[in-house]
Design a protein around this ligand. Structure first.
Ligand code: PMP
Length: 440
């Protein structure tokens, strides 16, 4: 039998985190803005779990919705049957978007949402007689989960190097960070349109009528908070329109209020054809992801017939698609967001947040600061030959001082629950500053 101290020997957590296995930091409970560690310490959550608990932890309404649903219905095979909750959740989420979106597909994670969106894009062109549109375009340093689709279009070489051959015919746009590197930019840097023109260059390398879709995170989160420069997303939209390419926004992080609007599509005023989401969809309580489709996309599948007039239905879906308990959690989460005006609250807090982020200017090791909505990227100078070591040490020291941050390489990412108070923002940056100043 496993003794508690041995537990970490059996579990295989995120593979990157070897240090965690040697020296695990374990959580026992959570409420509101805080986790409690197994040794009884309160930890201020600077990352909303992993960008998901946007309404804070263990919210009564969501917990109750989960409990009440599971008491009545534990599972419904949406393969053949259904139940009302995912219909309600889809309609609720669609109402939060600008007009023009009419269907939502449910899955269990961001990775599944991305794979589903890529499949929808490929199938959409096929059913419309454009079978040659198979190329996919992602972006360097894009993160789209760990499925084969996601790592193929994702722009992190080490995430895909052991797993080939992957999806064929993928190109990557240059990432959006160089323009603003070490610029301590507040909000969005300038000159995005020129950068987006790289898509035109790819279109001249390959016949644009062979390109199915472009997928980007509106703000790249997991690779260190890379904020698109002004005009970038709109120019991508324009080029996609010109060539009949579908545009996919991966809003797994930006969805559900992180920028102060329901989705980044509102924030940037750019409408993609497909939107992926997860995380904040259920406030992190139950795994759930989703793909939102622009009008006409779902209809293309249902109206499709081959040249002999037979309808051939494409097959896609998961055992747990539209799980009743997850859908109940999602509906309750949408209620909490609305009742407490959390997206508006995020927009109101954003200037205060921005000042707090930039108060770190001049702090030891800090070489760049980036922010948008309630997201921040704090880039540290790497120790020679040891990329990531300094930020990882900052992460552990912050945890010891009662603050949870997230690190990727030597970039610290912050994304607190949208219920964060100004005093807690001050506390976060105060702790971080003292940790960084004490760090070699
Ligand atoms: N896309 C984006 C933009 C993400 O940030 C993430 C997760 N951080 C994913 C996809 C993958 O989501 P999951 O881990 O739920 O599969």
């Amino acid at each position: 039998d496993a003794k508690p101290n041995d537990l970490e020997s059996f579990w295989m957590p995120f593979t990157w985190n070897r240090e965690f296995k040697r020296n695990p930091m374990l959580l026992a409970s959570a409420k509101g803005m805080h986790y409690r560690s197994v040794d009884g310490r309160d930890i201020l959550d600077g990352t909303a779990g992993l960008w998901c608990c946007n309404a804070g932890h263990r919210r009564e309404k969501i917990v109750q919705a989960v409990q009440q649903t599971v008491e009545h219905l534990d599972f419904a095979p949406t393969f053949q049957l259904g139940h009302p909750l995912p219909f309600e959740l889809a309609s609720r989420v669609l109402q939060m978007l600008p007009p023009g979106y009419d269907h939502m597909f449910f899955c269990n994670s961001g990775s599944e949402a991305v794979d589903s969106a890529l499949k929808i894009a490929l199938a959409y062109h096929r059913v419309r007689g454009q079978a040659e549109r198979t190329r996919l375009i992602g972006r360097e340093r894009g993160y789209h989960g760990t499925g084969f689709g996601g790592i193929s279009v994702g722009g992190i070489v080490k995430n895909r190097m052991f797993f080939g051959p992957l999806i064929n015919g993928v190109d990557h746009l240059p990432h959006t960070h160089d323009l603003s590197r070490n610029a301590f930019t507040r909000g969005q840097p300038e000159h995005g349109a020129e950068l987006a023109d790289e898509l035109e260059r790819i279109c001249t390398l390959h016949d644009p009528s062979t390109i199915a879709a472009v997928i980007v995170e509106p703000v790249a989160g997991s690779t260190g908070v890379l904020i698109p420069p002004q005009g970038y997303l709109q120019r991508l939209r324009d080029i996609c329109d010109k060539h009949g390419i579908l545009l996919i926004f991966d809003e797994v992080i930006t969805g559900f209020g992180r920028l102060g609007t329901a989705f980044a599509t509102d924030y940037f005023g750019v409408k993609p054809d497909l939107i992926t989401c997860a995380k904040g969809l259920t406030n992190g309580v139950i795994p759930m992801g989703g793909v939102i489709a622009r009008e006409g996309i779902y209809d293309a599948f249902t109206e499709w017939a081959d040249n002999t007039g037979n309808t051939i239905e494409l097959f896609h879906g998961y055992t747990y698609s539209g799980h009743p308990v997850a859908a109940a959690a999602g509906l309750a989460t949408m209620e909490v967001y609305k009742e407490e005006g959390l997206f508006e609250r995020c927009a109101e807090l954003a200037p205060y947040w921005e000042d707090a982020v930039h108060s770190l200017k001049g702090t030891r090791h800090v070489i760049d600061l980036r922010n948008l909505g309630l997201i921040a990227g704090i880039e540290l100078e790497s120790r020679p030959g040891k990329v990531g070591a300094r930020a990882y040490e900052a992460f552990r020291r912050c945890f010891d001082k009662g603050l949870l941050i997230r690190v990727t390489g030597d970039i610290i990412a912050l994304s607190p629950p949208l219920i964060v108070e100004k005093g807690q923002i001050d506390e976060m940056f105060g702790t971080l500053q003292s940790v960084l100043n004490d760090l070699d």
